[in-house]
Design a protein around this ligand. Structure first.
Ligand SMILES: Nc1ncnc2c1ncn2[C@@H]1O[C@H](COP(=O)(O)OP(=O)(O)OP(=O)(O)O)[C@@H](O)[C@H]1O
Length: 258
């Protein structure tokens, strides 16, 4: 059956964001089906965080529109229950323990107490945090903070989950738990928009990939399609494709004589 707009979890049309004369994002359009894990790749400064902030309504675009689960992202109140966001620098109260932080967020999200308690304990166990759950977050390692932040972004069971470098600072075991969680969420119908530099993470979990370069989407498709598009002529990993696609554009963007 052909897909319709109603099947789209994320629909962005001609998004543009400028900061003064700097164009951070130019004519970005996305149509991401419900249940997709979308890997969003791009070198430093390409505009990935800007895109995530636009798609979650945290930053207003200079131009263009975004709907998430059919809701205009300008309507923050209507959007909130649908969306979970793990930003690059997650908001945590350092004087709280992980358990207090998660109870606080559950309360803000109006999750009934019994359900919140059950989910919090389940996630603390899954992420190996139970033993440290009553210590203050300021005493946590970066990885422990990242795990706490990940849990707080999914506690209300969002329909669409935005993850900015979710495995950054994590040891291999914790990174694997995050990867497995992403796959579990997608299997349950959650749409995951995953921005990362770590290509093996994308290769492991993404159904679709978008490559952003200098504020523009320069390649999009399944990981295999993006690899083929790069025409590296090698058996090519996604990393080869990423490097080929972005360097193609780097060459095109460079002034003559360089
Ligand atoms: N608040 C801001 N004010 C001015 N310029 C900004 C602002 N936020 C982002 N930019 C600029 O927009 C461009 C895109 O930045 P963005 O943080 O979205 O990139 P990114 O792909 O997330 O990078 P990284 O992988 O390094 O985190 C950069 O040139 C950046 O300097």
């Amino acid at each position: 059956m052909p897909s319709t707009d109603e099947d789209l979890a994320i629909q962005a049309t001609d998004l543009r964001k400028t900061y003064g004369s700097e164009v951070a994002l130019d004519s970005l359009s996305l149509a991401i089906q419900t249940g997709t894990v979308y890997g969003f790749l791009g070198p430093n400064g390409a505009g990935k965080t800007t895109t995530m902030r636009l798609l979650t309504g945290l930053t207003r675009p200079s131009d263009g529109t975004t709907r998430v689960c059919g809701v205009d992202v300008d309507d923050r109140r209507a959007l909130a229950p649908h969306v979970g966001y793990l930003p690059e620098t997650p908001p945590l109260y350092e004087e709280f323990s992980a358990r207090e932080q998660l109870e606080y967020v559950a309360d803000l999200r109006d999750i009934p107490q019994a359900a919140a308690h059950e989910r919090i304990e389940e996630y603390l166990t899954r992420f190996d945090l139970t033993e440290d759950a009553d210590k203050r977050i300021e005493a946590y390692s970066k990885g422990m903070q990242q795990k706490t932040a990940f849990i707080q972004s999914v506690l209300h069971e969002p329909d669409v989950l935005f993850l900015d470098e979710p495995t950054s600072g994590l040891d291999p075991r914790a990174a694997r738990t995050i990867r497995e969680s992403i796959t579990d969420f997608a299997d349950a119908g959650t749409t995951v928009f995953l921005s990362t530099h770590i290509l093996p993470v994308v290769e492991a979990v993404a159904d679709e990939v978008g490559v952003l370069f200098d504020g523009k989407l320069v390649a999009e498709g399944t990981p295999a399609e993006v690899q083929a598009r790069a025409e590296t002529g090698e058996s090519g990993s996604l990393e080869d494709a990423f490097l080929a696609v972005t360097s193609e554009h780097e060459t095109a963007a460079a002034p003559e004589g360089e």
